[in-house]
Design a protein around this ligand. Structure first.
Ligand code: C5J
Length: 259
């Protein structure tokens, strides 16, 4: 896990004015309200192994271009979340080089041309430290952001993810990444059982199967939000912009009053 000091930089200015301001996002099944101070943006497995040719996803017979539509919306969300000072957590699915954390059931399941640990064009498939297992350049973590390496599909299983959330006082998660019906869903379900409020950003999660994408999102918000909420990233960005504008309107008045 990487977790360096959480210091805003010039590239990553924090909008302090948004801290402790509850924001509301138009979502399904109803509006999602969150406090930026207690909310983390979670980017699940935006790794070369899933999004680029020659990796684990392609070795399973998938068309990796299906996932690439998530990159641009997620870049915009990541930039806005950084500016707003949200906690940012990236996850990477992968295994130790000696495969000691890889259950036989996972190794042998699936109809892969290259199995986990085999040498592919981007290094050993889904092995920690390999080029293919790392996060794509467009969404590379910066100083102060947490990176969780996970051996399973869910972010909580056999990782420090849960401890990090508690340590940082996080109660709500904005969930993004790939794939919607596998690692995103598993993480949302695990989080929901642990009491976290999860908003899934619909255009920032991706599946190799359009039908799974649609149904997986339906499943999150069905039955009154059985696992959480779903909204397009534009609704999240609008909520942040509106809050920034409101804060900007009030700040000069406060400054004048104080002087
Ligand atoms: C899969 C993931 N699909 N990140 N992993 O094996 O969803």
């Amino acid at each position: 896990m990487t977790d360096t000091a959480s210091t805003p930089t010039d590239e990553n200015p924090t909008d302090e004015s948004l801290a402790n301001t509850p924001l509301t996002v138009g979502a399904r099944p109803y509006d999602f309200t969150f406090d930026p101070a207690t909310t983390a943006l979670v980017l699940i497995d935006m790794q070369r192994d899933f999004l680029e040719p020659g990796g684990f996803g392609e070795s399973l017979g998938n068309d990796v271009s299906q996932l690439r539509g998530t990159i641009e919306p997620l870049r915009a969300v990541l930039a806005a979340a950084r500016s707003a000072g949200l906690t940012i957590i990236h996850t990477r699915e992968g295994h130790l080089p000696d495969l000691s954390d890889l259950p036989a059931a996972k190794l042998h399941r699936g109809d892969a041309t290259l199995r986990i640990g085999d040498l592919g064009p981007k290094g050993r498939i889904l092995i920690r430290g390999e080029y293919g297992q790392d996060i794509i350049d467009e969404l590379a973590p910066i100083d102060g952001e947490t990176v969780i390496d996970k051996p399973g599909k869910g972010a909580f299983y056999a990782t420090a993810f849960g401890d990090v959330l508690v340590e940082k006082g996080i109660t709500s998660l904005l969930v993004t990444g790939v794939t919607t019906e596998v690692c995103v869903h598993t993480t949302v379900r695990e989080a929901n059982d642990r009491g976290y409020e999860c908003l899934v950003l619909s255009d920032c999660v991706g599946s190799y199967f359009p039908e799974f994408q649609r149904v997986a999102l339906e499943m999150v918000a069905a039955q009154g939000g059985i696992f959480g909420w779903v909204a397009p990233s534009a609704a999240f960005l609008t909520a942040l912009e509106t809050a920034s504008e409101t804060a900007a309107e009030f700040l000069p008045t406060a400054a004048v009053t104080a002087s």
